[in-house]
Design a protein around this ligand. Structure first.
Ligand SMILES: [Ca+2]
Ligand SMILES: [Ca+2]
Ligand SMILES: [Ca+2]
Length: 388
């Protein structure tokens, strides 16, 4: 782990006018009219796979109807669908009666290795067709994938895609529903809010999870702001490796509900505060462009504190990346560049779990055997105290 010597290591970069101009052009978010008839469009997580089998109608749409009297929400979720198939069937859905699209799709694209650019393009096309039909359109972020998901179990690609979806919503002036942020900060998420079957390659909510998901949609449709300012851009991405020592950092943060408390917003780089960010004229976004005045090295950790006018606060790790030439020691479960008691705790939590178990943690399976066991513990123990 790189030491905390970042003071004075970063200076302000002259801020290019492009970003400011692009974001200023956005103005406020659309959604002027209150929708009355929504189509919930997406994959199995919209269809309601994993829900309580006792329920006559599965998923978040019927719950959203119950939470928002007067609102009709039709379930148009199709299991296992990716955004390419979604784009192929959206026109048929838009021909039905309705005035609002709730669009949550893309986790199956991650599983299939579809590029985020393609996913974003498809989502944008679907939303654009709905907007062209006069519908109010909301993008929704994806929910976290299980730690034992077959692909992207540590949510690196997912988090990157989520930020892109937020950025897309902002650029196009569409609404944003952000279950990723709400789910990510919910305690005991996978244990209490996810379907417990072992054959779940992605991660589906259970009954409680669909209750939570419906409430996240309800809040946005009723203009209740329960979500803090969230990152819409992070460069280098969380989990990136081989980052150039000369890389600049780019962090954009936006609030989709209310104003950001700009005075208290703080970006920390390896424990030292970054220079003050640029602030959007509407008070709803912040932008840091930070260049290294000394070469980066080792593991770089970014954390963010930012609150909004409603008192919702983001205050946690934002991202962590590995600079070119640095090699993490074996046994570094949490990827912070050193092997210590924290890694032992994480390994302990997953100890004994195989890859189909809900407790499995791919990062704790240090030898990649598909089982967190004594072999992994031996690797950790042999490297205990090692650091970059
Ligand atoms: Ca907010
Ligand atoms: Ca560690
Ligand atoms: Ca193992």
């Amino acid at each position: 782990m790189t030491d905390n010597c970042f003071s004075g290591r970063f200076g302000n970069v002259p801020r290019a006018g492009v970003l400011g101009a692009a974001l200023l052009a956005l103005g406020g978010v659309a959604a002027a009219q209150t929708p009355s008839h929504c189509k919930a469009f997406g994959d199995s997580i919209t269809a309601g796979v994993g829900d309580d089998p006792e329920r006559a109608e599965a998923g978040y749409p019927p719950r959203l109807e119950a939470l928002a009297p007067g609102l009709v929400v039709d379930n148009r979720g199709v299991g296992a669908e990716g955004t390419a198939e979604g784009l192929a069937r959206i026109d048929g859905v838009l021909e039905e009666p309705g005035d609002c699209l709730l669009l949550m799709e893309g986790t199956n694209d991650v599983s299939r290795g579809i590029s985020p650019e393609t996913t974003l393009f498809n989502l944008d096309q679907m939303a654009a067709r709905a907007s062209a039909a006069g519908w109010t359109t909301y993008h929704a972020t994806l929910i976290p994938r299980l730690p034992n998901a077959r692909f992207d179990p540590n949510n690196l690609q997912n988090q990157d895609l989520v930020q892109s979806i937020r950025r897309l919503a902002a650029i196009r002036g569409r609404g944003l529903v952000d279950p990723f942020e709400i789910f990510s900060t919910t305690r005991r998420l996978f244990h209490a809010y996810y379907y417990a079957g072992t054959e779940d390659p992605v991660g589906h909510p259970n009954g409680a999870g669909y209750d939570l998901l419906a409430s996240v949609f309800r809040d946005v449709l009723q203009s209740t702001d329960e979500v803090p300012p969230v990152p819409t851009r992070l460069i280098p991405a969380h989990g990136a490796e081989g980052v150039s020592p000369a890389s600049a950092l780019e962090v954009d943060v936006r609030d989709f509900g209310s104003a950001i408390d700009t005075g208290s917003a703080l970006l920390m780089v390896d424990g030292s505060p970054a220079p003050a960010p640029g602030v959007g004229d509407d008070g709803r976004w912040l932008s840091w462009r930070v260049s290294a005045t000394e070469p980066l090295d080792g593991v770089v950790t970014l954390s963010l504190r930012a609150g909004d006018a409603e008192g919702n606060v983001y205050d946690r790790l934002l991202g962590r990346f590995l600079v070119e030439g640095a090699v993490r020691p074996p046994g570094d479960v949490d990827r912070d560049g050193r092997v210590d008691g924290r890694d032992l705790v994480f390994l302990g939590l997953a100890f004994g779990a195989g890859s189909t178990s809900r407790r499995f943690d791919a990062d704790a399976d240090l030898d990649g055997s598909g089982q967190v066991d004594g072999e992994d513990l031996a690797i950790l123990a042999a490297n205990f105290g090692a650091s970059l």
